[in-house]
Write a protein that binds this ligand. Structure first.
Ligand code: SDX
Length: 391
């Protein structure tokens, strides 16, 4: 007996103890802790520890984990030559898919997925090196020299410095921007069995190494229906341009014959406000106020679009609310990131979720290779016709 469930809208692919979402309540828990509390009171590496090990770290464990991660931040020096094979205008997500996949060509000493030590070393390496590789993809795209990590900085401060410092002058990390970006990373860390996490699990179910699995996850995240929506949402806000043009785009979003959708709206699971979007909106206001962009026209368009959509019968009936991607682009743009880097930052943050879910799957005694079936509606059995006898 088979079920046919396109998009797996009602199919559980696995059992997991990591993240719980109540889409009707708009609730998101990492290992039982509400995202609102983790994002306000903790930092990203604490969330990484929680997702990987299942409990919040005590002081000793936190210092040890942070120290370990911050001492795996360098990548093999030949990785920089690997990047030089790309055109400078290559999309940073294309670079990330390639360079993360290539990690399995460099780190042969932690590829045995049956070995718990190898699994943990690969997990730490992935979390620690993603900021370095993401900053290299950015620096390469703008023709600036790569910046080596500084281990005496925090995880997110180190990433900001690797992206925005230049050899000619000292770079001082703004603590407000550091805190805002660290919170953005927490909000993006995991989200149960979304498309990219399911991709990582499916790739890992064959026994593929974790670097290759995360590269597959990055490829899936790139799509505009998923992690690519933050880049697409900002492009949409820029195309709308002014609040006066919003009704035209709302009408297009409702038009069945128009493929246009409001990017940053709607969600497979949330049929209430995405709790991450609320926190993202707060962070957006903090960053724009700090940077003096409080009158950013994009924010005005976003706020008016949200107000109109939340009162529109179509969006109310279909339970379409802003999701995490609706505000993140405005914030990241104000911080100085180009739109092409938005999904890279999403991938950087989601790496811990992918790795935690991959690790849980490998350690699940009931785990087997994923192999869905199909509903076949093709041609019935028929005999081969020689070329000379075909019409
Ligand atoms: C992420 O899964 C996750 O957890 C993902 C994520 C994570 O953290 O990993 O949360 C991150 O990917 C967030 C989503 C980002 N994507 C976007 O913002 C792109 C725009 N949104 C849509 O493409 C859509 O809402 C999805 C892909 C997010 C969800 O699509 P579903 O669940 O398959 O819903 P659907 O396409 O069946 O839509 C249901 C109805 C449809 O109308 P009907 O055919 O029933 O008449 O709602 C309409 C859709 O046309 N609809 C929209 C809409 N989203 C859905 N109409 C206008 N604008 C939209 N954005």
């Amino acid at each position: 007996m088979f079920t046919y469930d396109p998009g797996f809208t009602s199919t559980a692919s696995c059992e997991s103890k990591i993240t719980y979402i109540d889409g009707d309540e708009g609730m998101l828990l990492y290992r039982g802790y509400p995202i609102e509390q983790l994002a306000v009171h903790g930092d990203f590496l604490e969330t990484c520890y929680l997702l990987l090990y299942g409990e919040l770290p005590n002081t000793t464990d936190k210092h040890k984990f942070d120290h370990t991660v911050m001492r795996h931040t360098m990548v093999h020096e030949q990785m920089s030559r690997f990047l030089s094979g790309f055109r400078r205008d290559a999309h940073p997500m294309a670079v990330m898919v390639a360079t993360v996949g290539a990690m399995s060509a460099f780190y042969h000493d932690s590829l045995d997925i049956t070995n718990p030590h190898h699994r943990m070393v690969s997990s730490i390496r992935m979390i620690a090196k993603m900021p370095t590789m993401a900053s290299m993809a950015y620096k390469y795209s703008i023709g600036q020299p790569f910046v080596y990590p500084k281990n005496d900085l925090g995880y997110t401060a180190n990433f900001l410095r690797m992206c925005f410092s230049i050899p000619c002058e000292e770079y001082v990390v703004d603590p407000v921007l550091e805190r805002a970006l660290d919170r953005i990373f927490i909000l993006h860390a995991d989200h149960e069995q979304n498309a990219s996490t399911s991709t990582v699990r499916l790739a890992g179910s064959s026994g593929a190494n974790p670097f290759a699995c995360v590269a597959a996850g990055i490829a899936c995240l790139w799509g505009p229906a998923h992690g690519g929506a933050n880049e697409a949402a900002l492009a949409m806000l820029e195309e709308i341009g002014t609040p006066e043009r919003i009704p035209h785009y709302i009408a297009r979003a409702k038009d069945k014959n128009d493929p246009f959708r409001l990017m940053g709206f709607g969600h497979r699971v949330y049929k209430n406000y995405d709790p991450r979007a609320k926190l993202m909106q707060q962070t957006t206001h903090e960053v724009l106020n700090l940077l003096g962009h409080r009158d950013d026209p994009l924010l005005q368009v976003a706020l008016e679009l949200e107000r109109i959509a939340l009162h529109d019968e179509y969006f109310i009936e279909k339970k379409l609310y802003p999701n995490i991607d609706f505000y993140s682009g405005i914030t990241l743009k104000a911080m100085g990131f180009p739109t092409s880097m938005f999904t890279v930052l999403f991938a950087l943050a989601r790496t811990v979720g992918w790795i935690a879910q991959w690790k849980e799957m490998i350690e699940d005694p009931s785990q087997k290779i994923g192999r869905p079936r199909q509903l076949y509606t093709g041609a019935p059995k028929r005999e081969y016709i020689e070329l000379a006898n075909r019409a």
